[in-house]
Each structure stands twice: as structure tokens, then as C-alpha cells.
Write a protein that binds this ligand. Structure first.
Ligand code: ATP
Ligand code: MG
Length: 527
């Protein structure tokens, strides 16, 4: 009674609701979670920690998904054990992170390995501290030091490793449906913020005072869009108080480090709901303003090629197939690479360096710092550099191309180009067959193609010079790269649809073309 009164007083004074929710325990007949959807490894982590005398629960998005009858992609565990104590319980466990230390408990090996993330219950960060995390210097360094956090010269909090009780851990989470704890042994859900009720009502609601929570961590704005998109199909709607401050809070994102924005953008695009996300962004009036590269994705989602790439990504994620950010970004930026390449060739640049230079230019203009992320950039480059090589289907070339570690990505990219009419569908079909065939069948395929070319050459009367432009008339932007493909692959027997290309090739001795582009494509790291 007295506590309630004090809570009301505090709420009245600060204009906010009391911060910590009331603990509610909900049993299986109310929450209806299907225990078979729970991952065995997560179960074993919870079990081991409880055996050792700690509290441990499945937490966050996994509980949300379980409650909605979805199979969670990954399972996080929260506990009152410190990272050191967690690590001591498992044979293969690693403490990672500095600002936010957590433990990775690893099961299995190689590609099949699985990680259960275990985090220690955190104390609720005061809003002022959290603002300092984002570089806002409103709070003095002395104040921050008094709060026992490591701070750097600008007042930014370097470490956020203050452990606290579960109720504080719950209050610092973002949405009510993301703040529940599930004990897979007792099958009890612990809910402090009405997450179960909101899940039933299909309501996406931020815990606490939404504008304050967006200020504390502006990335929550992007997370709001992500969950709205993911759950729209289940009928979820925003609570108006959660939604209204979203757009006005956009400028806060300027404080967030680029790398974090980039990662959040990838989550928007690569968790199986990219098209729904784009719809949601438009619906919220946030089609631009989150991150420049994302603005571009939204804009280009109208183009058939990018739309197909997004659709394909969603499909793959929903079929549990792996997706690579390099592939999607290579698709989004392809128009720039292709047009830059064509322009350079039009200015008499050699086709192979022209492609490389066009790629460099696109990295500089569109990706900035992120291109420093080694693997991502080099994978994108490889996908692009492989494209002219698909035109070359004679001799040993197709064999070595099909052995490239990144062949599959390059091929999928070319297939998508074929789907939208940018390359001949028969070329994509040929490569599909070739890539799946045995060596003997591959030889046959190359031979059959060669015979076909010979036959076409014999039966087709040579055209006069003046005729060919009118007869083929490719799209202006495509014309030059196609010519370039021919020049870049001088030894090729030809592909049937390009007599002009063949004639030029025959004039050149094999192997002397514009740097047959085997250099860039084959050296990338294996997946
Ligand atoms: P997904 O299914 O996409 O993984 P998720 O809800 O599990 O969604 P994660 O990024 O894995 O999202 O985060 C796990 C949990 O950590 C969230 O459910 C939420 O409780 C908490 N969390 C993560 N990021 C934030 C944040 N920026 N602010 C507050 N809580 C957060
Ligand atoms: Mg998660």
C-alpha cells in the first residue's frame, strides 16, 4: 500500500511510470508453450546452471517466439551467475565482449556448431548513463565515475557490466514481449511487464517511457521496425505510445556508431522479412533517414533485380538456408557497378581494369568504412568479377570457374540477372547443369556447345558490317559491358546470341585479350 503510494509519487514527479514491473509467474496451461520447440542445448545450459545453484532461464526473443508458436532461430540464456561462474560450468565456453561481457557456450564443431549466449542479469542503467553510452555528454564524467562505470575521455561508458536482480534485467529490455524468462524444466514463464497479455493482444509495446527508451539507445528505433515487420503477419500492431515517437526520434541515430547501424540494417534485411520491413519503413514514414545504404535499398526495392534479391533472401531464410550479406549488397549496388563499368569502357578503358575500378568507385561512394570489413568487401568483389567469366564456356575455363570457392554465390547472382532479363536464360541453365554434372558430363556439355557454335557459324551467312547494330540493338547501358565481356574473354567459342562478339574474338589470338579475369575471382577465402 505504502509502496504503491510512493510509486505513484515517483511516477507523478518524473512523468514516468514506476520502472520495475511486478513479477508474475505463468504456468503451461496459460502460456501454452510447446516444449518440443525448445532447443536441447539451451535446455542443457539452463539445467547445468541450475544444478550448480544459479538461477537460469531462456530469455528474450526465444521466449517471444515460443509463446507465438514459432521455432526460435537462436536461444539466449540469462542467469544470475557471473561470466566467470558460467564459464566454469562448461567445457567449451568463452567470455566475449568488453562493454557487454557475455559467455558463448559452444556445442558441436565446424559448420554445424551452435552457440548458446549466456548473459548475466544486468542492473538497470539510469537514463543519464545510457545517454552517455551514446556519446551525449549531458552527464558529467564525475557523475558517471560515481556510478562505477568505466568511462573514456568523452564520457562514453566503456563497460556495462554491472550485475543486478532479474527485475532490473527485465526493465532494461526493450519490448514487453522480449522481456520474459522461461524455465524449460518447470515450464514457468516469468513476466514483469505484461508480455504475455501483450502477445495475446498482438501489441508491440516498449517497456517504460518510449521517448526516453529511444533516447537511451536509439537502435531501439530500428529494432521496433524489425519486430513490427516480423510480427505483422501474425497481426501485431504498435501500441500508439510506442509508435508515435519513432519518427521524431530518428535524428538520435546520428549518435550511433556506423558499424552498429550497419549490423542493425543487416538484421532488417536478413532475418526473413526484408520486404515486410520495407513496407513497414514506408508505412512509418521512415523510408529514409536510418542509414544511407538502407535508404538505397528501400529506393531500389522497386527495381526488379533488387526486389528479386530481397525476395530470394526472405525465401532462403525461411527455408533455413544460409544467406550472406555480401550477396544481397552486391545485388543492391550492382546497378552502380554495371553502369560505372560501361562508362569506363565507353571511355576506352580496358574492360578488366574498368570493372575493378568501377567496383572501387562504388565501394568509396556507397560503403565507406564498411569496405574495410575485409571479408564482406572481398566477397562482393568476387561476385562481381565473376560475372564476365560466365560468358566464357570453352576449354578448361568453365571447369576452373566451377571450382571457385565462391562459385555458388557468383552463379546465383548471374541466375538472378537472367531472371530479370539481363543475361540470357539459356546461359544460366547451362551453368546450372554444368555445375551439377560429373566431370564426364561436363566435358560433354562443353563439347556439345562447341559443336553447336560450329554448326551455327556454318549455317549462318555472315552479316555485313552495317547490319549488326540495327539487328541487335542492346539496351544502351548493357551494350558496353556485353562488348566488354567478349573482349575480356577472347578465347571463347561464343554463345550463339552474339555474332559480333565472335567475329571480333577471332581476329585476336587466344590468350591475349584484355586480361582474362582469372586473377581476381579465384583467390577469395573459402566459405
Ligand atoms: P531475434 O529473434 O531477431 O534474435 P531478439 O529479441 O532475440 O530477436 P536479440 O538482438 O537477439 O533480439 O536480443 C535478445 C534480447 O535482448 C531481446 O529480446 C531484448 O530483450 C534484449 N535486447 C537486445 N537489444 C536490446 C536493446 N537495444 N535494448 C533493450 N533490450 C535489448
Ligand atoms: Mg535473439
Amino acid at each position: 500500500m505504502i509502496k504503491k503510494f510512493i510509486d505513484k509519487l515517483i511516477a507523478g514527479a518524473s512523468g514516468r511510470k514506476p520502472r520495475f514491473g511486478k513479477r508474475q509467474e505463468v504456468g503451461p496451461d496459460q502460456h501454452g508453450i510447446d516444449p518440443t520447440l525448445v532447443d536441447d542445448r539451451a535446455l542443457s545450459v539452463v539445467h547445468a546452471l541450475k544444478e550448480a545453484g544459479f538461477e537460469a532461464y531462456i530469455v528474450g526473443g526465444a521466449v517471444r517466439d515460443l509463446l507465438l508458436g514459432l521455432r526460435p532461430k537462436d536461444f539466449d540464456v540469462a542467469t544470475n551467475a557471473t561470466p566467470e561462474e558460467v564459464k566454469a560450468q562448461f567445457r567449451r565456453a568463452f567470455i566475449i565482449g568488453r562493454r557487454f561481457r557475455i559467455v558463448h557456450v559452444v556445442f558441436g564443431r565446424g559448420r554445424e556448431h551452435e552457440v548458446i549466449e549466456v548473459s548475466t542479469f544486468r542492473a538497470y542503467l539510469e537514463a543519464a548513463q545510457a545517454e552517455a553510452v551514446n556519446g551525449n555528454e549531458r552527464t558529467s564524467k564525475a557523475e558517471l565515475a560515481g556510478m562505477h562505470h568505466a568511462v573514456d575521455a568523452s564520457g562514453r561508458v566503456l563497460r556495462d557490466n554491472v550485475w543486478g536482480p532479474q527485475e532490473e534485467d527485465a526493465a532494461r529490455r526493450d519490448f514487453t514481449i522480449n522481456a520474459m524468462y522461461y524455465d524449460p524444466e518447470t515450464r514457468i514463464v516469468v513476466d514483469y511487464h505484461g508480455g504475455i497479455a501483450d502477445a495475446k493482444k498482438r501489441l508491440l509495446r516498449m517497456i517504460g517511457d518510449p521517448p526516453t527508451r529511444y533516447r537511451e539507445d536509439p537502435v531501439r528505433i530500428i529494432r521496433a521496425v524489425r519486430f513490427a515487420a516480423k510480427l505483422a503477419g501474425l497481426g501485431f500492431k504498435f501500441d500508439p505510445k510506442t509508435r508515435t515517437p519513432l519518427h521524431p526520434s530518428l535524428p538520435l541515430l546520428a549518435e550511433v556508431p556506423q558499424s552498429r547501424l550497419f549490423d542493425e540494417m543487416l538484421k532488417l534485411l536478413q532475418t526473413g522479412h526484408s520486404l515486410a520491413t520495407i513496407e513497414q519503413l514506408k508505412h512509418l514514414g521512415m523510408a529514409s533517414g536510418i542509414y544511407p545504404l538502407l535508404d538505397l535499398v528501400v529506393e531500389r526495392a522497386e527495381q526488379p533485380f533488387v526486389r528479386a534479391a530481397l525476395q530470394d533472401t526472405d525465401r532462403r531464410v525461411n527455408e533455413d538456408k544460409p544467406v550472406a550479406p555480401s550477396f544481397l549488397l552486391a545485388c543492391v549496388l550492382w546497378a552502380d557497378v554495371r553502369d560505372g563499368w560501361a562508362q569506363r569502357i565507353a571511355h576506352k578503358e580496358h574492360p578488366f581494369p574498368a570493372l575493378q575500378n568501377a567496383i572501387d568507385e562504388v565501394f568509396d561512394a556507397r560503403i565507406g568504412d564498411i569496405s574495410g570489413r575485409g571479408r564482406l568487401g572481398s566477397d562482393m568483389r568476387e561476385i562481381w568479377m565473376m560475372q564476365p567469366r560466365f560468358e566464357k564456356r570453352s576449354g578448361h575455363t568453365p571447369f576452373s570457374l566451377a571450382e571457385q570457392p565462391r562459385f555458388r554465390a557468383g552463379f546465383d547472382f548471374m541466375r538472378l540477372r537472367a531472371d530479370v532479363g539481363e543475361v540470357d536464360v539459356t546461359l544460366a541453365d547451362w551453368w546450372q547443369e554444368f555445375s551439377q554434372a560429373s566431370d564426364a558430363v561436363r566435358e560433354d556439355l562443353v563439347e556439345a556447345l562447341r559443336d553447336e557454335m560450329h554448326r551455327q557459324r556454318r549455317t549462318r551467312a555472315p552479316r555485313k558490317r552495317g547490319e549488326e547494330g540495327a539487328a541487335e540493338a542492346p539496351e544502351p547501358r548493357e551494350r558496353t559491358p556485353r562488348a566488354a565481356e567478349g573482349a575480356a574473354a577472347p578465347a571463347e567459342a561464343g554463345d550463339g546470341e552474339a555474332p559480333r562478339k565472335r567475329r571480333r574474338r577471332r581476329r585476336k589470338p587466344a590468350g591475349q585479350g584484355a586480361g582474362a579475369p582469372s586473377e581476381g575471382s579465384g583467390t577469395g577465402p573459402a566459405e
